[in-house]
Ligand binder design. Structure first.
Ligand code: DAH
Length: 340
């Protein structure tokens, strides 16, 4: 029996030394020490031994069990350490490697210009308000004194949603909303998208951006208008810039004017860009709010007066950055946008 125990010991130790993972190790434990294991089977047969033999064989059996258990434990620990080492090596982080850069977008040049314009006006005491891009025909045309037969009302010029609802053709309807709501005093600007049935070319797009300004109070005169526009242009483009007011017609202002500013390229000297005139043409439209428009909003034109102006944000962006094709602003080509 002693012989059998020794053989079991040898076999067990041999098997343990040959294994390479914890699962196999467990199998071996069961094979030798489990309930039906080889060692257990031998011990069951001890009942047949004589009294004298029993303690001796028992002692040997215990020694064998201890040896196997020790070897199992030792191997288990070694395997665990090895596994941990592998895991650590696999999961090692090289902190000297460059990180995963999150590519975040950046401001569109139009948004930058819009906010820059708003900031200039805020510094002059204007509030910034928003208006809807989908408007009533009434706010977009009628309330602004645009007669029924005005060409801009034509189906081929404007995106109508229904007979009474359209995509606003300018930001001027915001004037109507603000006047109706606040009455007076008013000093606001409002920028946003506007829509016209225009063919796309280098300077036209069916969707573009405008900024509208409106001031209403007692004793507002054309002097306030000219000063405000002049200050704004100097603030935006530099104090050497000049402004020139040319008489014009808008249904919602009387008198009305278009404003030219010194050519940004030559700053008024005269160059090829401005056809040697020294002026950049038609940068904005403006005028004194038409008495009928004030009346349409419930404001008494005998007591109150106001001025208004509107300018193209895309146009300003193009002049400012020297962009010669409006399409570039809407194509979202990263090679273009990344330059700003
Ligand atoms: N709404 C005009 C346009 O789209 C621009 C404009 C001109 C706005 C004169 C005004 C203004 O407020 O007074 O062409």
């Amino acid at each position: 029996m002693k012989e059998m125990l020794k053989t079991i010991e040898q076999n067990a130790l041999q098997s343990i030394r040959n294994i390479s993972d914890l699962e196999q190790l467990e199998k071996i434990r069961v094979q030798f020490l489990g309930k039906k294991g080889e060692l257990t089977q031998v011990l069951r047969g001890m009942g047949k031994l004589s009294k004298e033999e029993r303690p001796i064989v028992g002692q040997v059996a215990n020694e064998v069990r201890e040896k196997i258990e020790k070897e199992l434990e030792k191997t288990k620990n070694a395997l665990k350490t090895a596994q941990k080492d592998i895991k650590l090596k696999k999961e090692r982080i090289d902190i000297s490697m460059p990180g995963n850069k999150k590519v975040i977008g950046h401001r569109h040049p139009l948004l930058t210009v819009k906010e820059e314009l708003e900031t200039v006006f805020m510094n002059m005491g204007f509030d910034v308000v928003e208006g809807p891009e989908i408007e009533t025909v009434y706010n977009n045309f009628d309330a602004l004194n645009s007669p029924e037969n005005h060409p801009s009302r034509d189906l081929s010029d404007t995106f109508y949603i229904t007979e009474q609802i359209l995509l606003r053709t300018h930001t001027s309807p915001v004037q109507i909303r603000v006047m109706k709501q606040i009455q007076s005093p008013i000093k606001i600007v409002s920028a946003g998208r506007t829509f016209r049935f225009d063919e796309v070319d280098d300077t036209h797009s069916p969707m573009f951006h405008q900024l509208e300004g409106l001031v209403v109070d007692k004793n507002i005169t054309i002097a306030n208008l000219k000063h405000t526009i002049d200050m704004f242009i100097k603030e935006l483009f530099g104090s050497d810039m000049k402004t020139r007011f040319r008489p014009h017609y808008f249904p919602f202002t009387e008198p009305s004017a278009e404003v030219d500013v010194s050519c940004l390229k030559c700053r008024g000297e005269g160059c090829d860009c401005c056809h040697k005139t020294g002026w950049d043409m038609e940068l904005l439209g403006c005028g004194m709010v038409h008495p009928r428009v004030l009346e349409n909003c419930g404001i008494d034109p005998e007591v109150y007066s106001g001025f208004a102006f509107g300018l193209g944000v895309d146009r300003i962006a193009m002049v400012k950055y020297g962009i010669n094709n409006i399409r570039l602003l809407f194509e979202n080509d990263m090679r273009f946008l990344n330059q700003f």
